[in-house]
Design a protein around this ligand. Structure first.
Ligand code: COA
Ligand code: ZN
Length: 308
């Protein structure tokens, strides 16, 4: 297994879509520029979903074409349907993420379809993206638990992931949407997915820190060979199913952990802390991450570093 970890930044999309405050297009662009300057190379930039469903990201058509492009920097965008694909094409996208989940109850609430209907709807979207040579990711949301039906059997998550891989996605990302997973479940899911034939390098994890287990889950993922993890700079996101609860795993918390553990990842903690302070300021609230509040730590001197 390679010692390099891919950090897939979701702050501009998953983070901001769950914040009550709406950030201006200019501030979103500045945030994304700071993330890229910190060394993040995959930044999920926005969603081409219904602006009625997610008003926070209604400016996607303007934001995406305005982002600075450079080799090796990818801005995937979330797509719910062919209408979203039309908009993404017009805005110059070249990488997309689609999303299903493990239970009909969740997909009905989120996108108004059953799991089976969502998979059918993504077929044409993914074929169009493939024909254009775009990179394609798919989320399996509620991979560990559903806010409407409770515990999820790992085999159900694996089944949805396999159907999405059959539709030609490059990567499946298992999402702990409501932040209920613990490390033992992560190990079980990885091991069963591998046993079911899913290539480990095509799997990613997306943890929310709702109950304080996100970094422990990353550790379990690393132990089982997973090398791609999602995170949201500034710990933005919250949880729409648990008002007031912590949001996505914060990128700065993940980078601190990876640095101190000796993993190579290419991301600069000080740069992430700067981007986290910027977006918290734009949202008008304190940084919602442990390392954002405490700062990093200089092991040569014992001093905190990068504290806002
Ligand atoms: N972009 C912009 N507008 C869209 C759209 C898209 N991709 N897809 C649908 N719409 C519009 C329709 O034109 C319609 O507009 P109108 O009310 O002005 O006529 C409205 O949204 C509703 O569309 P409809 O086809 O009836 O679908 P719906 O109401 O069942 O909504 C989704 C389905 C998927 C479009 C909507 O639930 C959605 O965007 N969900 C995204 C949720 C999300 O992003 N969750 C977080 C990710 S985990
Ligand atoms: Zn999420």
């Amino acid at each position: 297994m390679p010692d390099r970890v891919r950090v897939y930044e979701v702050g501009p999309r998953d983070g901001l879509q769950n914040e009550a405050g709406v950030v201006t297009t200019d501030d979103k662009r500045r945030f994304i520029e700071l993330l890229a300057a910190a060394g993040l190379r995959e930044i999920e930039a926005t969603s081409f979903v219904s602006p009625g469903a997610i008003p926070q990201l209604a400016d996607a058509d303007v934001l995406l074409p305005s982002l600075p492009r450079r080799a090796g920097l990818r801005y995937p965008v979330l797509i719910p349907n062919e209408r979203g694909m039309d908009r993404a094409e017009a805005a110059g996208a070249d990488a997309i993420a689609v999303f299903s989940a493990t239970t009909d109850a969740f997909t009905e609430h989120n996108i108004g379809m059953t799991v089976a209907a969502s998979l059918a709807a993504f077929g044409p979207v993914l074929r169009r993206a493939e024909a254009r040579g775009w990179w394609r990711r798919a989320y399996v949301s509620t991979a560990f638990g559903c806010p409407y039906t409770g515990a999820v059997d790992p085999d159900d998550a694996i089944d949805v992931a396999q159907r999405l891989l059959d539709l030609g996605v490059d990567e499946v990302c298992f999402g702990d949407t409501i932040g209920v997973a613990v490390p033992r479940q992560v190990a079980t899911l990885t091991n069963r997915a591998v046993a079911a034939g899913i290539p480990i390098e095509r799997m990613a994890y997306h943890f929310h820190d709702t109950r304080g287990t996100a970094l422990a889950n990353v550790a379990a993922g690393l132990d089982t060979g997973i090398r791609t993890f999602d995170a949201s700079t500034g710990g933005t996101g919250g949880c729409p199913y648990a008002p007031g609860a912590a949001g996505n795993l914060a990128t700065e918390d993940l980078i601190y952990y990876l640095d101190a553990s000796g993993w190579d990842h290419g991301v600069d903690l000080a740069g992430v802390l700067e981007a986290g302070r910027f977006i918290a300021g734009a949202l008008g609230r304190p940084v919602a991450s442990k390392v954002g509040q405490a700062g990093g730590w200089d092991s040569a001197t014992g001093a905190a570093i990068g504290r806002g």
